[in-house]
Design a protein around this ligand. Structure first.
Ligand code: ADP
Length: 437
């Protein structure tokens, strides 16, 4: 059985003034795991971390590191196993030069000079701070100090690294370097942080603390997408993600809507949507306001094998309307049935069979469904066009589509690959159609 790197059972801690900071925390961490501890301010993150290397001792419960209980008697072993990187690097760096600070731990471990030098070199190299060796720590930038603080801990070669808010106050480049470093380290890592993006990039596991208790423990991608959990624990969706996603989505939506235009079926050629895409198109339609799940509309696809029937209907509708129509005109009417690879009839259910919903509202619902479908098809790279005409109200068409009482054929929806695109239309300015009372 692999020994647990860290085992915390029923850990309770009250500060001397009586403040209860931890209330029965259970946590096991395996060697090599990178575990984030997240929680709002005051949740107990620092208090928990400080128990891992004996900076604090439990009021109740136990802490084991590498199978050994953390007590006053085992403090030396605990501290050589657990390197603690403080939130404020100034708490960690106190020697005249960076080199001295990084050498401090190995010297205290009683290592021979040669080994101390090797440790210092390797640790500074790991954090990309070799060039800072001769500098005075207090003159370094925040990011440089943080890197040196981590190096001073790495130099002691601990099996476990505990880091309290390592990315706070770092500029984007410093933060990126830190994330890459934390990802690359082989040690067991326990990282208290508010930086939920860092959690997603570095950790396989996240422990959510709230009011001194573990609220959740699991995969970051899953837990950090749980809005209810984050809200309850006063955490925010990973900042970068939330804003990036919102911004990307908003920009994408603007572009998608603005770039869609009606494409005449004459310019729509094969291929059309495949079965999976067709499914997605209808799911988009189904997401329209459906008036209390009544869905006062339906679509009827006219597959290639049935286009002849539609052609006949178009021709006979014309003949019915205009008995003097010429053969050329009838042929032109017929030809319209064969254009786009996907052709369907949009049907509104306006009859009394539906509960008492005004017709305009039902038509709005159908309009939204059609628009959703058009936008979804446009997003897939297809062109779309709506066509109408008097044939839609004709008896032969009603019969072909078996339209029921109160059902109206509203338009044909045509979808396909755009053979030839045209310049976009200029849209009306909002002043033309918006006013206020
Ligand atoms: P976090 O690191 O999640 O912000 P802390 O572990 O620092 O949370 O704090 C947990 C709780 O313990 C808070 O209520 C905080 O006010 C309290 N606390 C922290 N340090 C002390 C202290 N030295 N004395 C008294 N209360 C403290």
């Amino acid at each position: 059985m692999i020994m647990k790197a860290i085992e915390v059972r029923g850990l309770t801690h009250a500060y001397p003034d009586g403040t209860p900071a931890l209330r029965g925390v259970d946590l096991c961490i395996q060697p090599g795991e990178a575990v984030a501890v997240v929680g709002a301010n005051g949740a107990g993150k620092s208090t928990l971390l400080q128990h891992l290397n004996g900076l604090l001792m439990p009021t109740a419960g136990l802490v084991h590191v590498g199978g050994r209980p953390v007590t006053q008697a085992t403090l030396a072993q605990t501290r050589s196993a657990v390197g603690y990187v403080f939130q404020d690097a100034d708490d960690q760096l106190f020697m005249p030069t960076v080199r001295d600070d990084v050498a401090f731990g190995p010297i205290n471990q009683g290592l021979p000079a040669q080994q101390v030098e090797a440790r210092v070199r390797a640790a500074l190299e790991a954090v990309g701070a070799t060039h800072l060796a001769a500098r005075a720590p207090y003159r370094l930038s925040g990011g440089e100090k943080r890197a040196v603080a981590i190096a001073s801990v790495l130099a002691m070669d601990p099996a476990i690294l505990v880091l309290d808010e390592p990315s706070s106050a770092l500029d984007p480049a410093g933060r990126r370097r830190l994330i890459d470093l934390l990802r690359s380290l082989p040690q067991t890592r326990v990282i208290a942080t508010h930086d939920l993006d860092l959690v997603l990039e570095v950790c396989q596991r996240v422990v959510v603390l709230h009011d001194g208790q573990v609220q959740a423990d699991g995969a970051p991608a899953q837990l950090l997408a749980d809005r209810e959990l984050l809200q309850r624990c006063r955490l925010e969706l990973p900042l970068g993600r939330a804003t990036d996603m919102a911004q990307d989505l908003s920009e994408f939506t603007q572009v998608l809507i603005a770039s869609r235009q009606n494409v005449s079926p004459k310019r729509l050629v094969a291929p059309g949507p495949d079965a999976a895409q067709l499914d997605a198109l209808f799911m988009a339609a189904a997401a329209a306001p459906d008036h209390g799940e009544l869905t006062p509309w339906r679509f009827v696809i006219v597959p290639a094998g049935k286009r002849d029937l539609l052609a006949r209907v178009f021709a006979s509708a014309l003949a019915e309307r205009d008995p003097a129509a010429t053969g050329v005109q009838l042929e032109a009417a017929r030809e319209k049935a064969y254009r786009a690879p996907l052709l369907m009839l949009a049907v509104a259910r306006l009859g009394a069979a539906e509960p008492d919903i005004p017709k305009p509202e039902r038509l709005v619902s159908l309009g939204c469904a059609i628009q959703n479908l058009l936008l979804a098809a446009h997003a897939m790279g297809y062109g779309c066009g709506l066509t109408g005409g008097q044939a839609l109200g004709s008896t032969p068409l009603r019969e072909l589509f078996a339209l029921g009482d109160g059902e109206s054929a509203v338009c044909c929806v045509n979808v396909g690959t755009v053979a030839k695109s045209k310049p976009g239309r200029i849209r009306p300015a909002s002043q033309a159609f918006v006013s206020s009372l």
